[in-house]
Design a protein around this ligand. Sequence first.
Ligand SMILES: *Cc1c(COP(=O)(O)O)cnc(C)c1O
Length: 361
Amino acid sequence: MARSEVVVNLGALRHNVALLAGLAPGAETMAVVKADGYGHGAVEVARAALEAGATWLGSCSTQEALALRQAGIRARILAWLDAPDEDVAAGIAADVDLSVASLADLRRIEQAAEEADARPRIHLKIDTGLSRNGCQPKDWPELVEAAKKHEVVAVWSHLACADEIGHPSVDLQAKRFDEAYEVARGFGLDPLRHIANSAALLTRPDLHFDIVRPGIAIYGLNPVPTDHDLRPVMSYRSHVALTKRIPAGESVSYGMTWTAQTDTTLALVPAGYADGVPRALSGRMEVLLEGMRRPVVGRVCMDQIVVDCGNDEVREGAEVVLFGDGRRGEPTATEWAELTGTIDYEIVCGMYRPRVRRIYT
Ligand SMILES: *Cc1c(COP(=O)(O)O)cnc(C)c1O
């Protein structure tokens, strides 16, 4: 028995991908599997997403894309952000589409293409307002002109506030995107367009264009308050390692921040902050144990947490659900995020740890 396990429900993932693809029937679906599939396992997620109707995969780095190729995945892959010394030639040789956001990017890719003796496929990225990666509008015509001798697959961009429904920046970004597209057309190109992340896929059908790029939503976490039937894919569980009865007045864990008011039974669970349980959840989290939500008491430690079970009988070895899809009343990754002041993206990405076993169902 592993200390703790992340359980990845690939059936839920396929359900989500099929649902999302159905919401954008005129577009192809690029399943975003960067950061090891948001902590779910990029290869397994990619295969399941392709089975469920995705036709593209989105990686951050060339290295992430190559890992998919090495696993035998042959679908189109776009990689969008590399370290300056990345082996881009290997990406081109492996038929990975690459993003270009500057003349420097273009030069690097041209050089790599020569090395690889292969033709690069390019997605030109326009910065429409995120001010992150992407070419600024003033430099755009020069970039398009320099790139047009290559295979320019798409013009693309990324949204800053798509998760805030009605935020005026979305329309502004859409307008700048349209202008950049028209410039590319003016240079004789006929590229595809893609700009929609999960939030825009769910709320802005006018921005679906040719490809949609959902990430978080394929993992069943909804970044917008809509009631789409997305099913959380990841759950996190452990087992009771030890139980003990303590008398009233005894305290629990470092700093003795919690003291038993009455005699009570404690259950020790071998999962702590080194296993992905945020220490910031100390004094605030609950787990599902023997059919009930029960409080974790005292501080979250590196290797363990302690659950107060009152006068209930609890077996050593009993399953403890730390988070799941919520259907049994257990906490969700989203609840952890709300309690710790972050977003569920960060919670699930943070669950990839060597001592947490990952299993697939
Ligand atoms: C991460 C990412 C996405 C997916 O975003 P979600 O909010 O998870 O849907 C799409 N496009 C780009 C460029 C990204 O970096």
